[in-house]
Design a protein around this ligand. Structure first.
Ligand code: 8ID
Ligand code: ZN
Ligand code: ZN
Length: 349
């Protein structure tokens, strides 16, 4: 009962828009599964992909989406450990070679042969998507597919970023872009990991949201007269946060973070604004022992761990649901920075 055709949102040229139309249902290869996607989160990465923001070629035409939660409906002959009917997730890393020096050490996102869902292979903005069996996220059966979808990229990425930050329980981290999709989950992972957080974003709606989700303080970048001073002052001893998680889609906050983290502070770059650079004064970086690092999604173990935080009820995704057919409207809101939390699309509508 797998149909021959399905509804999908297709990017036909760089710059968009997406086209809602019927396309063929793909067939899984020997090491792949076919997933009936029920819900997909909409990540800002999907908008970057459509707009061609990055120095990385994507396939075209392209079905975007990489927070796809669904049920396995078919599997290739080599797939033994996944059952038909099992809940799985299509995440950004769709597959990797599993043999290179990076894969050998479970650094699959660094694999030169990694397949990227909704970028180099079609993703979850369709009713039936393909994933390499080794890489699809194993979603615990008790999890609701609509609520769990944003964990597959946003949750995983911020959880990994917090680990990469080296922050220890009791430390304070700045979450920059805290009211967005990644940020609203970062505030909660931080709390669950025993960290204090200083949330930074713009406007009162996002401020209310992040305080409700557990941020100790909110700094509004649209009204703060001296953001660096305000963030430092928001840490309990006034020396600044131990780490900053940069999730914003603007260059400026990347420069500010190196100034407000405390000495030995770690600046973790996660957001991917187009054509952005990060620079810091060498003197200050040396004598204050500042670290600047990148963090890119997470590996399969990080995925399982991030899902387990959700399963235990520690993470409540603040989401709104709309039909897959309305994806362009979601992109328009996202471009204007008007989404507090995450949008999830229902592939049946
Ligand atoms: O693996 C990775 N590194 C990874 C994984 C997933 C997503 C990276 N990303 C990237 C996306 O491609 C995107 O560039 O992380 C970024 C954030 O994704 P998102 O959370 O899905 O975007 P959003 O929901 O639009 O949230 C962005 C927030 O940043 C705020 C906005 O108000 C919004 O709430 N923001 C901006 I734009 N400028 C800000 C500033 N100067 C700011 N917040 C604080 N200060
Ligand atoms: Zn994403
Ligand atoms: Zn590899």
């Amino acid at each position: 009962n797998i149909p021959k055709e399905q509804w999908a949102q297709v990017v036909e040229k760089t710059g968009g828009p997406v086209h809602y139309k019927k396309i063929p249902v793909p067939k899984p290869g020997p090491d792949e599964v076919l997933v009936n996607i029920k819900y997909s989160g909409v990540c800002h990465t999907d908008l970057h992909a459509m707009m061609g923001d990055w120095p990385l070629e994507s396939k075209m035409p392209l079905v975007g989406g990489h927070e796809g939660a669904g049920i396995v409906v078919a599997r290739g002959e080599l797939v033994k450990d996944i059952k038909i009917g099992q809940k799985v997730g299509i995440k950004w890393i769709n597959g990797s070679c599993l043999a290179c020096p990076y894969c050998e050490r479970s650094d699959e996102p660094l694999c030169g042969g990694a397949l990227l869902s909704g970028y180099t292979v079609d993703g979850s903005f369709q009713q039936y998507a393909i994933g390499k069996a080794a890489h699809v996220a194993r979603i615990p059966e008790e999890c609701d597919l609509e609520e769990v979808a944003p964990i597959l990229c946003a949750g995983l990425t911020v959880y990994k970023g917090l680990k990469e930050s080296g922050a220890r329980p009791g430390d304070t981290v700045a979450i920059v872009g805290a009211g967005g999709g990644l940020g609203s989950l970062a505030v909660q992972y931080a709390r669950a990991m025993g960290l204090h957080s200083i949330a930074i974003d713009g406007g009162s709606e996002k401020g209310d949201l992040v305080k409700k989700l557990g941020a100790q303080t909110y700094v509004d970048f649209t009204t703060s007269k001296d953001l660096v001073a305000d963030v430092k002052a928001a840490s309990s001893d006034g020396l600044g946060p131990s780490a900053a998680l940069l999730l914003a889609v603007q260059e400026k906050p990347f420069q500010q973070a190196t100034q407000y983290v405390r000495s030995r502070g770690v600046v973790v770059c996660i957001g991917l604004p187009a054509h952005a650079n990060i620079s810091a004064p060498v003197f200050d970086t040396v004598v204050r022992m500042i670290q600047i690092r990148g963090s890119y999604v997470g590996n399969r173990a990080d995925t399982s761990e991030a899902l387990d935080f959700f399963r235990r009820g520690l993470i409540k995704v603040p989401y709104k649901t709309t039909g897959l057919s309305k994806l362009q409207d979601v992109f328009n809101l996202m471009q204007e920075g008007k989404i507090a939390g995450r949008y999830v699309v229902d592939t049946s509508k």
